[in-house]
Design a protein around this ligand. Sequence first.
Ligand code: HEC
Ligand code: HEC
Length: 238
Amino acid sequence: MSGNNLICVLLLVLLMPALHACGGKNMPAGNGSKPEVAVVNDEPDPLKGLKLYLGYCFVCHGQTGDGNGPYASMLSETPSDFTDSTYFGTKTDEELYDFISKGGIAHGKSMHMKPFGFQMTPDEIQSTIAYIRVLNRHERINRDKQSDLSGQEIYRNSCVMCHGEKGSGEGRLSKMLGLKVRPMNAEQLSEFSGAKLYNIVQDGMPSDTTGSGRFMPAWGNSLSEKEIIDVISYINTF
Ligand code: HEC
Ligand code: HEC
């Protein structure tokens, strides 16, 4: 509690009428039913988890979670198959959290499974686990839920790890895995029509693309039409 708030609380106790002088916004409402200190994290949200999963995990674990991502063939160990409900039924959320944040080596497993605790917040890891549970249960996500994320926020959740700040191509994941991602800027993007850009984000790069395009996930099952349009407007500002 900051010094100012402490003084306000003291005033509240001693001198009710002075309440309005403390800028009532941060004060408990009348009977104090809303504790000031409560910082409640969002519930782990599987749809948010999917958006993060496609950004951070898809390259190895695959678009459908079966362990067959475009990067998997370059690895000496096979990424886990999240559709294996028998195996994942034996794992608690706490165990998955520990594994994802500390990585394979810390658990005597593959070095290719990196410690994501350096790249993702606890809340983001929890949402990703919520999505892994959806894959364990062989369910699908309804992406039509209203989202109030701006194009910039979508970029931060789902694109920056590969495309980098302002489309530099030097995201943390692409650097870590040595993925080549060319810089994106308005001039380069103007090679594509608006409809073509929409299709790339929705479905990934066309399957006959040579080069690193296969590392571009398809977002059609996680981003709504509006979100795709908003994130394209955002990348067009680079
Ligand atoms: C560079 C490839 C790569 C990326 C990216 C990757 N993984 Fe993995 N992951 C692996 C490999 C390989 C294994 C298998 C480890 C083993 O069995 O030795 C694995 C295993 C796992 C497991 C199984 C743990 C267990 O108890 O057996 C979980 C859970 C997991 N990864 C979650 C994630 C999540 C979540 C992300 C994204 C945030 C992610 N992985 C990104 C390669 C990757
Ligand atoms: C796992 C890595 C990865 C993520 C995450 C990712 N992309 Fe890509 N994306 C790529 C790669 C690789 C290419 C091909 C670039 C190249 O050929 O050098 C690409 C290509 C593109 C292109 C075509 C333009 C070009 O430079 O080829 C667009 C547009 C694009 N991505 C938008 C997005 C958006 C929007 C998001 C987030 C919603 C996103 N990408 C997330 C890897 C990724």
